[in-house]
Write a protein that binds this ligand. Structure first.
Ligand SMILES: C[S@@+](CC[C@H](N)C(=O)[O-])C[C@H]1O[C@@H](n2cnc3c(N)ncnc32)[C@H](O)[C@@H]1O
Length: 221
């Protein structure tokens, strides 16, 4: 059901934008933190030789494994210390995950630790007031006739996805939702020690897109 999102042009664009902000052919492993069904991982695996996807949800990982056989997938919790040594990864991507973590600052500190000096972090996160309606309407405006037809065919899947969010996730009051505007995200990223190199909007302007680097010597490519 999650991959119904792939029908939407703004979602596909965001996934590409996040993965493109991670350097290609980097010499060292790349982590897709909170990889879900592997949509960012798939782009990374085309450009980098060693890609690892990590997620807490077994069903998401199962789908990711079948979609991206070139990557390695592992179960893990981004709310906990990560099972990797300091400076292990050459790059980390994290697409639309931070908002759902218990303590985004603590999770970013872990990402900083496992990223090598000079390594890149590419991240997206929803903004406050995130509206799926804006995503839909941008898709409709920018989409071709085929893309519009695909949207109509995806209506049952979309209704399932919306019901899942409304009736199963929203009533769980303990589920965090750290949607952030650009300034809030800038403060969080820099407080974790990163050097911010890019901050813009993505996902029909409903999300923020970040590229940052861990200060230090640039990783060799
Ligand atoms: C909105 S999805 C984004 C998936 C993917 N990055 C993408 O852009 O399509 C959020 C993902 O974060 C994962 N996630 C949420 N909390 C997590 C945690 N504490 N540790 C690891 N993964 C987590 C969920 O299981 C889900 O797959």
């Amino acid at each position: 059901v999650y991959d119904t999102l792939l029908v939407f042009r703004p979602y596909r664009q965001m996934v590409e934008e996040v993965s493109r902000r991670s350097p290609a052919d980097v010499d060292g492993p790349v982590l897709d933190a909170g990889c879900g069904t592997g949509n960012v991982t798939m782009h990374l695996a085309r450009r980098c030789s060693t890609v690892v996807g990590l997620d807490a949800a077994g069903a998401m990982l199962e789908r990711a494994r079948s979609k991206v056989p070139a990557a390695t997938f592992t179960a893990g919790d981004l709310n906990d210390p990560l099972p990797y040594p300091d400076g292990y990864f050459a790059a980390v991507t994290c697409s639309n995950v931070l908002y759902s973590l218990r303590d985004p600052a603590a999770a970013l500190a872990e990402v900083f630790r496992i990223l090598r000096p000079g390594g890149t972090l590419a991240l997206s996160n929803p903004r406050p007031g995130f509206s799926m309606w804006s995503v839909l309407s941008e898709h409709w405006k920018a989409g071709s006739v085929t893309e519009r037809a695909r949207l109509l065919l995806a209506v049952p899947g979309m209704l399932l996805l919306i019901s899942f969010n409304l009736f199963l996730l929203s009533p769980q009051k303990d589920v965090p939702s750290h949607r952030m505007d650009a300034e809030e995200l800038r403060k969080l990223i820099t407080a974790a020690g990163f050097e911010l190199t890019e901050l813009s909007h993505c996902y029909a302007a409903q999300g923020c897109l970040v590229r940052a680097r861990r200060p230090g010597e640039v990783a060799s490519c």
